[in-house]
Design a binder for this molecule. Sequence first.
Ligand code: SF4
Length: 250
Amino acid sequence: MRWYYCGMRSGSASAGARNSPGLSELAEQVSACRRCPRLVAWREQVARERRAAFAAQEYWGRPLPGFGDPCARVLLLGLAPAAHGANRTGRMFTGDRSGDFLFAALWRCGFANQALSRDREDSLHLTGAWITAAVRCAPPANRPTPAERERCLPWSVAELKLLSEVRVVVCLGGFAWDAALLLMRALSEPDAVPLRPRPRFAHGAELERGRYRLLGCYHPSQQNTFTGRLTESMIDAVLVRARGLADTSR
Ligand code: SF4
């Protein structure tokens, strides 16, 4: 029996997951996680104190499950939720400038039905893509520690095992790239033995690990997009490449 079908649209934080029992259960477990004391304290403090512009809003204030198409062939791996972005709205990359840039690119490249990403009820749907992050709680100064990344890794392992159609992982920044390398090892991909030297992150870098292809892309942070380090055409080229690889992979 199939519980969901490929190409099914999914918009809210766990809309895709709701239609797949495994992903739904995982989303519930992730959103209750308290393994990292520093991040738990920070995400909850931010949710209590709030930014003045969002004072009337109820912040999510919990870990973020991934969201998107359960039959996605392309997975986008970010760094961590932003304190007043995803930690507020409860959906990855939603509610801040990074998300505005990313979802506009996903829309231009045919992975999203709209460029707008405002909140969990904004009718955004993804097709062929799933968005998640190396660390699922908002970190102070947007800087999770390597130990927090390792502690959060089992959630990504469990998620990727359930997303059995994924073949391409777009790593948004060097932190996500390193997390993806750890993820490949944890999944025991046949040729995912430790690489010496460790493959370095670069925009446009590609690496084959078992059945997965990793693609490097600068993170769509304001620091990168405002300075022109990451332009619309640069991120579009990565997404088009990801789609091409996904379409031709077994
Ligand atoms: Fe749990 Fe990950 Fe959040 Fe740590 S960062 S508390 S492991 S969800």
